[in-house]
Design a protein around this ligand. Sequence first.
Ligand SMILES: Cc1cc2nc3c(=O)[nH]c(=O)nc-3n(C[C@H](O)[C@H](O)[C@H](O)COP(=O)(O)OP(=O)(O)OC[C@H]3O[C@@H](n4cnc5c(N)ncnc54)[C@H](O)[C@@H]3O)c2cc1C
Length: 370
Amino acid sequence: MTPVVSHPGRPLAEFTTLRVGGPARELVEPATREELVQTALEVWGTGDDWLLLGGGSNVLIGDEGFDGTVIRVVTRGIDIAIDADGRHARVRAEAGESWDALVAATVDAGLAGVEALSGIPGTVGAAPVQNIGAYGQELGERLVGIDFLDYATGEVMRLDARDLGLGYRTSALKRGRAGIVLAVELDLDAGGWSGPIAYAQLASALQVELGERVPLADARRAVLALRASKGMVLDAADPDSVSAGSFFTNPIVSESFARAMPADAPRWPIVSEEPERVLAPGEDVPALASAEYQVKLSAAWLIERSGISRGFTLPGSGAAISTKHTLAIVNRGGATAADVAQLASLVQTRVLAEFGVRLHPEPVFVGVEL
Ligand SMILES: Cc1cc2nc3c(=O)[nH]c(=O)nc-3n(C[C@H](O)[C@H](O)[C@H](O)COP(=O)(O)OP(=O)(O)OC[C@H]3O[C@@H](n4cnc5c(N)ncnc54)[C@H](O)[C@@H]3O)c2cc1C
């Protein structure tokens, strides 16, 4: 076995896309799946605090750092198996693979289903954690299952996607089921054409109608260009990409609340994905209130309308709202986690005061509170 690479005391800022975060007492990078499992079991056995890190693109780590062991997931491997009928493919990838490298490989292989998720930073293993989504696609639509090292049992198990409680930017893993995603398995469509374009801005960029299909490479190129125009692909030349992506999720409110919003507020009704079913004998009829459907509002619109514009910053702070997109908080150089949290708190307070909506942060906070 190759030795596990260890970086005690290294600032975690070096491992996060926001470039904030103090030192970790211990930071290890097991190179293979076997080493990852063995290292995790050893660390868990000590009872020490532990933290998993992939690409660090969805975390806000405090300035005090982490007084425990950080395990960076860097395992590699992609396997693409096209079915005998040539219409579907099973794609398996190890957790430490770059998510975008996986998308690029599937697009090159003519496989559709995750092309709209091009350019999302981070690792394959973190993708199910918040059920990544963009431009009309969500991982959960294509995720078959994961290989999982369960903290509770210390066992490696297979979990089906339906057991992961996937929702809008959430999963059972994000809500606290502890363990390590070791690999993911996707079911993709072969044939070289994209899935039906499901996002108006992408359709317009491609000059097609919603629901049309385009060659996969065109879809990927258009998504990458749209993302770059918003500072949403990592680019050393773009200071607006020094971020954790969208800092807040789009809030989901009741239909009646949404109706009371200003007429020009963007709104997307959420159609329930629960299939119709017959109630079991003795089962209570659900309360009528649950029949009211829910509506997703635009966090970016709420932020802008509460008076916080692109480029906004507080005096003396290294953190700012992106100059391209009000949803991203960027490190303009030398920002601390406290700077980021202070700006995020202000955004939350303004939106709450103006619209009565509490925005929820999307990144995972470690040693930071708003
Ligand atoms: C510029 C930019 C654009 C972005 N755009 C999008 C977007 O369009 N859509 C979207 O959904 N997200 C987006 N994100 C957020 C982010 O890229 C995704 O959430 C990504 O999946 C995080 O991957 P990561 O490896 O960086 O995770 P990390 O930030 O390292 O970790 C995130 C969480 O996952 C846990 N974790 C990491 N690896 C594993 C594992 N193997 N097993 C179990 N838990 C694990 C960590 O402990 C942590 O709680 C964007 C981020 C940036 C910086």
